[in-house]
Design a protein around this ligand. Structure first.
Ligand code: ADP
Ligand code: ZN
Ligand code: ZN
Length: 735
């Protein structure tokens, strides 16, 4: 007997699954779990995923409604994946319907039919160098050729071929006429033979050991931390492992931070591994994303390169999971469904029965702790590949130094010498804009954001005061809004101001700024990076965008304008972040033949954490900082969940959370503490007042039942209706 009722995950605010009768005229056995179903929900209709068929429902039979329509003829999500998603929903205490929806591309969350896999596209007909030579003077044709050259298999969907400020159609016609590109179909193609590139490097001993350790584990779950300084050859290790997994007929999932998902990385994978590389970056439109999703789900593409959300996608025969730069905070989704893609990568590998490799030069403290506990096995890459030397790191005491736009004379001198030697310099400051505050010299007015407890940043280029928290903007005033004085002064510095100073100091040297403002246009980051690689002596100024993933082999000096922000923050994770950023930035220096130097300006050269970082590197730093965490009982030595609440009236979040804390106070299990409620560090943001209640448990097993209890109390509290609230399991910021 076929179970007659459909249990469906619906993306609605009400948690739980919903039972329906099959659609009129459809047999229950034709409704397979994993298919999408359209159902009536209240007065409207929703699209959900059939989770299982059941015999009985808590809903009385007379109240069960029939579904409207079955949308698929075959399941989109298989059993293993549905189990994984259900686990994820339970772990994060998030609505299962929303979690299921996150595993689907946008079009399929709606009524749309899955796209056919075959889709028109174009391929390069000749080698990229030859093609580029023929279009040297036609920038838009050049752009299109570059796009094709960067794509896996050197071909691209028609829909994905766009050119700056114009119609790709005309450009395509011209390239077709010249015979530089040909029409092709994408989608059904299967992996082709790899494009032979330069000969493979001979693995150095540590790389070989790492590859061997992971390949011996293929076919079962095992977790590895691949800890290697930047340039030590981690990507080469990933590539060798991917080759082995492909040879077994399995798929590889590679998760990277958003900013690191560059055409260069994709090209490196595609050239080595042939076609069959799906690239899931944020620039895809809905149909492109869906096609990639389909290809991966069906095993047409066996290598998946993607950012955070890709960890939720169905993948055929998953054989290896890789998380590059695993410490990167962009793996944590910070709103809505707040999951950690890094943590889920490990869970996913365990459920799929395959190894997971977490790679980083500066591993998260969570992963280091897991190594200590024996849950992850550490693989070291201590040398840089190709024999490049580690950079020399020095602290520059700026306490009594005159500063020009934040730069001291010794730093400016070293910059000058390096440039004179024909080498490149990178100046790092993790703050974009011109200056963080505009202040009135006459009356003390400052550029407060009207909606946040924060200042609006001065952006010279745009002529704007701009809040980095809520996006509020106004024109830079000519006179003080309070007293009318013209004596308005920008205080402190951002990358724009440093750029201005350096341009004045070194007028003959190419100067390239890399931050979110300078790279806002699509593709501009790649263009800027190409300029850097083409230049001889050059100056680079930038934010953490500079610190991530890119190779600047000719940079031999890195100047860090300000390292002090991370030393005295209220956030217990600030030192970890500061050290990761400094080490990552330092890692950009001297990756070529020439050794690099790193100069860090600080007002606290004796600070123990800075000292240990400079003397012993990230390892020593992490040991010392982890000891502090252990003593304070902070994660990773405990487990946290954060209940956030916000409202336009300041007292409401507080009242809601207090009610919750009072209700729970009597029933806290051993080892679980409640902290708060307290106002968030930036209490007002976007016009809303925010407060937190932190739950901390020494054992995870104690935390999750309590969170269930907490949520059921919270939903029943009348105050809940007057606030916006959400639960964040394993929070990484806002504490
Ligand atoms: P990471 O990912 O750790 O930053 P990569 O894998 O990108 O390091 O390697 C850095 C550079 O060294 C790359 O240009 C790469 O081609 C090269 N490389 C990697 N492994 C070797 C090796 N065994 N011998 C020579 N060069 C290598
Ligand atoms: Zn004033
Ligand atoms: Zn604001």
């Amino acid at each position: 007997m076929v179970s007659p009722l459909l249990r469906i995950a619906l993306p609605v605010p009400v948690h739980g699954l919903f039972d329906y009768l099959p659609p009129p005229g459809v047999m229950a056995e034709d409704c397979e779990p994993g298919m999408r179903v359209e159902v009536p929900f209240g007065p409207s209709r929703r699209i959900g995923v059939l989770v299982e068929r059941v015999n009985d429902s808590p809903v009385p039979p007379e109240r069960l409604r029939p579904a409207c329509r079955l949308l698929d003829s075959a399941p989109l999500l298989d059993d293993v994946h549905r189990d994984f998603l259900a686990w994820v929903a339970a772990y994060y205490h998030h609505g299962i319907g929303e979690v299921f929806a996150s595993a689907l591309p946008l079009r399929l969350r709606k009524r749309a039919e899955p796209l056919p896999l075959r889709a028109p596209g174009y391929a390069l007909a000749v080698g990229p160098a030859e093609a580029l030579a023929q279009v040297a003077r036609a920038p838009r044709q050049r752009e299109l050729i570059e796009r094709l050259a960067a794509a896996p298999g050197r071909r691209q969907l028609r829909a994905e071929l766009r050119v700056q400020g114009g119609d790709a159609g005309a450009v395509i016609r011209r390239l077709l006429a010249k015979g530089l590109i040909v029409e092709c179909e994408l989608g059904e193609v299967d992996a082709e033979t790899p494009v032979p590139g330069s000969p493979l490097p001979v693995l150095h001993a540590e790389q070989a050991a790492a590859v061997q350790a992971v390949s011996e584990a293929l076919g079962g779950f095992a977790a590895f931390l691949l800890q290697g300084v930047t340039g030590s050859g981690k990507t080469e290790v990933y590539l060798r492992l991917a080759e082995q997994v492909l040879a077994r007929g399995d798929s590889v999932l590679v998760l990277v931070p958003e900013i690191a998902l560059t055409p260069q990385l994709a090209r490196r994978f595609a050239e080595r591994l042939g076609g069959g590389v799906a690239l899931l970056h944020s620039g895809l439109n809905d149909s492109e994303r869906e096609l990639a999703w389909q290809r991966v789900r069906l095993g047409r593409d066996r290598v998946v390169l993607g950012t955070r959300s890709t960890v939720l996608y169905p993948i055929d025969r998953l054989g290896l999971v890789i998380v590059d730069e695993e410490h990167d905070t962009s793996f944590k989704q910070q709103e809505g469904f707040r999951y950690s893609a890094r943590d889920l990568a490990v869970i996913r590998a365990r459920r799929a029965g395959c190894p997971v490799v977490l790679g980083s030069a500066t591993p998260s403290f969570e992963s280091l702790r897991n190594v200590e506990l024996g849950r992850y096995r550490r693989l070291w890459l201590r040398q840089r590949a190709g024999g490049a030397q580690p950079p020399e790191v020095r602290l520059l005491d700026i306490r009594d130094q005159p500063l020009r736009s934040g730069l001291s004379d010794p730093l400016l001198r070293e910059i000058g010498q390096t440039l004179a030697a024909g080498e490149q310099v990178m100046v790092f400051l993790n703050r974009r804009g011109y200056a963080p505050v505009l202040a009135c010299h006459a009356c003390g007015w400052v550029s407060d954001c009207p909606r946040c407890d924060a200042r609006q940043t001065v952006h010279r280029g745009h002529g704007l005061l701009w809040c980095h928290h809520c996006g509020s903007q106004r024109r830079v005033p000519a006179q003080c809004p309070a007293c009318g004085s013209p004596e308005l002064r920008p205080l402190g510095q951002g990358t724009e101001r440093i750029e201005q100073l350096l341009a004045a100091e070194f007028p003959d040297v190419p100067l390239i700024r890399i931050d979110r403002d300078a790279t806002a246009r699509k593709g501009s980051l790649d263009r800027l990076l190409a300029q850097v690689h083409a230049a001889g002596a050059a100056l680079l100024v930038g934010t953490q965008m500079l610190a991530k993933g890119h190779h600047f082999p000719d940079v031999t000096l890195v100047g860090v304008v300000d390292a002090d922000g991370g030393l005295f923050s209220a956030d217990f994770r600030a030192p970890e972040r500061m050290a990761q950023l400094l080490v990552q930035v330092a890692g950009r220096a001297g990756r070529g033949e020439k050794p690099g130097r790193v100069l860090i300006q600080t007002r606290y050269p004796e600070h123990p954490l800075l000292q240990v970082l400079v003397r012993e590197g990230y390892e020593g730093f992490a040991r010392a900082a982890l000891r502090e965490r252990a003593e304070a009982g902070w994660p990773p030595f405990s487990h946290q969940a954060l209940l956030r609440a916000e409202a336009t009236q300041a007292e409401r979040p507080q009242a809601f959370l207090q009610g919750l804390a009072d209700a729970l106070a009597g029933e806290l299990p051993e080892g679980v503490e409640l902290w708060g409620p307290v106002p968030a560090p930036m209490q007002r943001r976007q016009g809303r007042y925010r407060a937190h209640l932190l739950v901390q448990a020494s054992r995870r097993e104690a935390l999750h039942p309590l969170l269930d209890r907490l949520l059921s109390i919270a939903r029943a509290l009348p105050e809940a209706r007057r606030v916006r609230w959400s639960l964040d399991v394993d929070p990484v910021d806002g504490l």
